[in-house]
Ligand binder design. Sequence first.
Ligand SMILES: [Zn+2]
Ligand SMILES: [Zn+2]
Length: 309
Amino acid sequence: MNRKKLNRYQIRKAKFSQGPLHKKKKKKKKTLWFRYSATMPDSILYYHNTLFLFIIFTLVPLPLSLIELCFPSFLSKYKIQPKVWLTPAKFLECYKNVMKVFFLVVCPLQLMSYPTVKLIGIRAGLPLPSLWEVGVQLLVYFLIEDYGNYWLHRWLHGKWGYENIHKVHHEFTAPIGFAAPYAHWSEVLILGIPTFVGPALVPGHMITLWLWIALRQIEALDTHSGYDLPLSFTKFIPFYGGAEYHDYHHYVGGQSQSNFASVFTYCDYLYGTDKGYRYQKAHLAKLKEQWALGDQNGVSDLKSNQKSE
Ligand SMILES: [Zn+2]
Ligand SMILES: [Zn+2]
């Protein structure tokens, strides 16, 4: 870019970020929200969450599931448990069970919880929250949920909690995306508590609440996907557990006293519940290194044998 062009670019950028264009854009967002929400009761805006969850539970796990069912070899090298391949019937059964709990438990819970949402002070009008406000609140919600979920999940791995509630979620020893919300109805209620503690302590805008509910569920679907994809942007989130981390929890199964946290890894590290996972990971890395070395030696041995022949 020559000097003249660079100057024009800088002027345009400055005009956009500080000038009337930027203000116009901000105003446009406000007008859009005003037009959409002005005639709508706040309760209906809150019930949008139900629709979003239905779309998320149905569509987010679909691409990877279709790839697994129709083109199994395409991503097989990234599959965390490559020996386990579920049938289409099993996928469908999982989805049907998730939808049963969704319509019988999640939807009524959403309908009944609106007065609480109103009480804690979730606002739906103008002004819209700034990106900074939304970002900080989402981070706080994630940290609070992660901590609460860690202890409740750990309790669910006790004898009574596991036998009566949590073993349903562990039916999938090699999880798939659709299995993230696959759980006993009471588990959905219990683990729903830390999801609402964040917004109750730091109430924000309805849009922030929509984003929070959606992102938390997308994160759960991601950690249950069964694939450790190398290009996932979540690899750049500090202390993020991810699919491989939670997959280990399912792989070990009912006896698992490891990797309880839902999002980050710090709780398991602090309370010493990731030791088995870290040992297994280090052991596997060592084995891989030995295999690689063995392969190299095998190749060089073969080459030297060929030379001497
Ligand atoms: Zn568990
Ligand atoms: Zn799980």
